[in-house]
Design a protein around this ligand. Structure first.
Ligand SMILES: [Zn+2]
Length: 216
């Protein structure tokens, strides 16, 4: 296993998974209905609401270029941080449960070298029905704040590579519209302590929290 993995945490998750498999799956869960009828269900649908750090830890993902358990979007270094804007909205391939598990096997075989963001085997993969590509929430910061939002910003500002030649589509903001937008952004009352300047001309270097404000 890679040194990226938090072993005490993984051992704890492993104990949880063992309990799920031994007590819940073998003995089932007894559901009592109001008319004295009852039935047992055998499996347990597992869904985790996690922040990014917890999600990375529980799925044994590292903080590298591949940050999304749902797809293979790849981070691009920009001013000391990673950005995740897709160059088009169709060039990001979805991960599948099977390919996720294959990547984990390769990561383990490669002496702990991460494979597409995966460093080792999460105990949750012992649950056959657990699908890591569907049972964890989308991670908002990298996929939305640093992914889709800058992508649309680039499109509205006419900076997509595909817009460099030929006439601009009508949804590209004119110079006047950009000025108006900048004025509105300047008038947004930001929380106390938020000191970043939201300069529209420099939106490529905005951090995730700046993009987050723009979404409102
Ligand atoms: Zn994704």
């Amino acid at each position: 296993m890679s040194s990226d993995i938090d072993m005490p945490y993984i051992e704890f998750i492993d104990r949880v998974v063992t309990n799920i498999r031994t007590s819940l799956e073998l003995n089932g869960i007894l559901i009592n209905l109001c008319d004295d009828k009852s039935f047992k269900i055998g499996g347990l649908v597992t869904s985790f609401i996690l922040n990014i750090k917890e999600r990375d830890k529980v799925l044994c993902m590292n903080a590298g270029y591949y940050r999304c358990p749902h797809c293979y979007i790849y981070g691009t270094p920009f001013k000391k941080c990673l950005k995740f804007p897709p160059s088009t909205l169709t060039d990001v391939y979805a991960r599948m449960n099977t390919s996720f598990r294959v990547d984990v096997t390769i990561a383990e075989d490669e002496y702990g070298r991460p494979m597409r963001g995966l460093c080792g085997k999460s105990p949750l993969l012992k649950l056959d029905y657990f699908d890591p590509t569907r049972m964890v929430p989308v991670e908002v910061m990298h996929t939305f704040d640093l992914g889709i939002v800058p992508y649309y910003m680039r499109a509205w500002m006419g900076k997509l590579a595909s817009l460099q030649d030929g006439p601009k589509p009508e949804w590209v903001l004119s110079t006047d519209q950009q000025k108006t937008l900048q004025e509105r952004i300047r008038n947004v009352q930001l929380p106390h302590g938020f000191t970043r300047k939201l300069d529209l001309n420099d939106f490529e270097s905005w951090k995730a929290d700046s993009m987050f404000f723009l979404e409102f």
